[in-house]
Ligand binder design. Structure first.
Ligand SMILES: Cc1cc2nc3c(=O)[nH]c(=O)nc-3n(C[C@H](O)[C@H](O)[C@H](O)COP(=O)(O)OP(=O)(O)OC[C@H]3O[C@@H](n4cnc5c(N)ncnc54)[C@H](O)[C@@H]3O)c2cc1C
Length: 242
């Protein structure tokens, strides 16, 4: 399954909203005056000024909601480490990994050639068989005993316990919302070549899509080397993104 990223919602007029908030901070205007004379040039100037002086809170007024599928649980775990966000992820308790067991194959395994990805697919099948066996055994155990289930049906108890043998490669789907300030941080860390390839591809695609909606806001977003020197020291990839 391949990566799919969609912006399903965002704050209307994102760049104007940030500029309005900034204008309210720095000009003697009331709520009625903050939209006046907000030309595209003025909006760009407000956004640039905020970024240059590090006044980042006005960027929090604008949020983007992404729907993502075709990523691994390894990748989703990295995404949810970003705490300044809201998440909804497909549950392995409610959704049984049955006939349509989807998994992500790292690019490197495809690059290693057919023998490697055939082995990988066999390994995934072995793990999936283990999962199905545990799912069946646990379900039968619950049905045949008085194991306490706290009102849950046997199927769900089986799903939530059998999943312990599932791999990080399991495909998952997630919806998340981040404000622009948090997105700057996300892009800074995850568009960098030091981030793992899968989340980097996701971050690059997210950045491409938000730039189509708000090119001024995201002009300088991305890995730190987009804005100047790489901060990674000895860990630098040595290939700053231009
Ligand atoms: C290349 C790479 C390697 C990584 N390796 C590891 C690893 O080996 N082990 C590991 O555990 N994680 C690792 N991480 C994850 C990383 O440590 C962060 O958890 C993740 O990138 C989320 O970043 P964040 O905390 O800045 O984001 P958010 O959680 O969205 O936080 C945004 C910002 O809010 C502020 N903030 C949020 N919460 C607090 C708080 N409690 N106290 C003070 N300030 C706060 C900070 O300024 C923070 O930068 C790695 C990340 C990358 C990109």
């Amino acid at each position: 399954m391949s990566l799919k990223v969609k912006i399903i919602a965002h704050t209307p007029n994102p760049e104007e909203v940030v500029a309005q908030a900034a204008k309210l901070c720095y000009s003697p205007v009331g709520v009625d005056g903050i939209m006046e004379k907000l030309t595209p040039e003025k909006i760009e100037s407000f956004v640039n000024n905020l970024a240059s002086i590090g006044h980042e809170s006005p960027f929090e007024h604008v949020s983007f909601t992404f729907a993502v599928e075709g990523i691994s649980r390894a990748c989703s775990h990295q995404i949810v480490r970003h705490r300044i966000a809201s998440y909804s992820q497909q549950s392995q308790r409610y959704v049984k990994e049955d006939g349509n067991f989807e998994f992500i194959t790292p690019n490197i395994i495809n690059e290693m050639g057919p023998l490697a990805w055939q082995q990988y697919e066999r390994d995934m099948k072995t793990i999936h068989d283990m999962y199905l066996r545990w799912q069946k055994d646990i379900k039968e155990f619950v049905e045949e005993t008085d194991y306490p289930t706290n009102g849950m049906n046997a199927e769900k108890v089986a799903n939530e316990n059998a999943r312990y043998v599932l791999p990080n490669a399991c495909e998952t789907k997630i919806v998340f919302t981040m404000n622009v300030r948090s997105l700057y941080n996300f892009f800074s860390k995850r568009c960098c070549n030091r981030a793992q390839e899968e989340i980097r591809e996701l971050a690059d695609e997210m950045l491409k899509q938000v730039k189509e909606i708000a090119p001024i806001l995201f002009k300088n977003a991305g890995a730190p080397c987009v804005r100047g020197k790489c901060p990674e020291g000895k860990m630098t990839c040595g290939r700053p993104k231009i």
